[in-house]
Design a protein around this ligand. Structure first.
Ligand SMILES: Nc1ncnc2c1ncn2[C@@H]1O[C@H](COP(=O)(O)OP(=O)(O)OP(=O)(O)O)[C@@H](O)[C@H]1O
Length: 231
């Protein structure tokens, strides 16, 4: 459903992504790994249309979207949860979730119940301001907002970063639940070998902006992690 070919992306003169080629099948969970600063967020932003590639192409559901604006990509079914949970802290939980519906086509008017089945804590907190939630709850809100428009591809940039272990388990459970339905493909930035091997179907390792390794997540070994991921 997503096919990236020979993608080169940079900031000004400096090239960050070098000849990146990868693909994601419908319903697949793909883990994107790599050390700090190798270009993982740059790749996520490029898929979402927030950065313009210098060369290469991005195809989504048989349509070339390399130059398609971000809002259009969202309406085509690409959901994005940026690193650092980008919620509106002065808006309520409900208002944050309703904003997520903006991207739905055809337009969904009411928050789907499945959101609250997946994140019961958000139902209890609908009238609270986003900024009053704990870090883990904000992360859940950020993922729930992206899911509200029923995307077909969900981009999750380090969703477990900086949250307490109990919430990490809840978020892992959410990803497993999404995977079980096979209705949403997920591209997830995550460094944990345990997560990649138990939940992901496929992995890519990015090293200095290029794909250094890829394969079935079940075959990902500690050797590869040591080679590409430890500092
Ligand atoms: N707006 C920007 N302008 C210039 N350089 C940038 C910009 N954003 C990121 N970079 C640089 O691009 C490189 C890749 O950054 P990116 O955020 O994609 O890496 P990452 O793999 O996601 O890292 P992390 O795990 O730390 O989030 C880094 O060297 C970073 O300093």
């Amino acid at each position: 459903m997503l096919r990236i070919e020979h993608l080169q992306v940079g900031y000004g003169e400096s090239m960050i992504l070098r000849d990146v080629t990868m693909q994601i099948e419908p319903g697949q969970v793909v883990c994107l790994m790599g050390r700090n600063g190798v270009g993982k967020t740059t790749l996520m932003k490029s898929i979402m249309g927030l950065l313009k590639p210098k060369t290469g192409s991005i195809e989504y559901q048989d349509t070339i979207i390399t130059n398609t604006p971000t809002d259009r990509r969202a309406k085509m079914g690409i959901g994005y949860v940026p690193q650092g949970r980008d919620i509106f802290s002065h808006l309520t939980v409900e208002e944050n979730l309703l904003l997520g519906l903006e991207a739905s086509v055809p337009r969904i008017k009411q928050l789907p119940d499945s959101i609250f089945t997946m994140f019961p804590v958000l139902k209890e907190m609908l009238k609270r301001r986003g900024g009053d939630l704990s870090g883990g709850q904000q992360q859940q809100l950020s993922i729930a907002r992206a899911l509200a428009s029923k995307p077909k591809l969900l981009l999750l940039d380090e969703p477990m970063e900086g949250i307490q272990p109990s919430i990490v388990m809840e978020i892992e459970q959410v990803i497993e639940n999404i995977k079980r339905t096979r209705e949403v493909a997920i591209l997830l930035v995550e460094q944990s070998l345990a997560f990649a091997t138990t939940i992901a179907d496929y992995y890519y390792v990015l090293d200095r902006g290029a794909i250094a390794a890829e394969g079935s997540a079940a075959d990902l070994s500690e050797e590869q992690v040591k080679q590409h991921l430890t500092v």
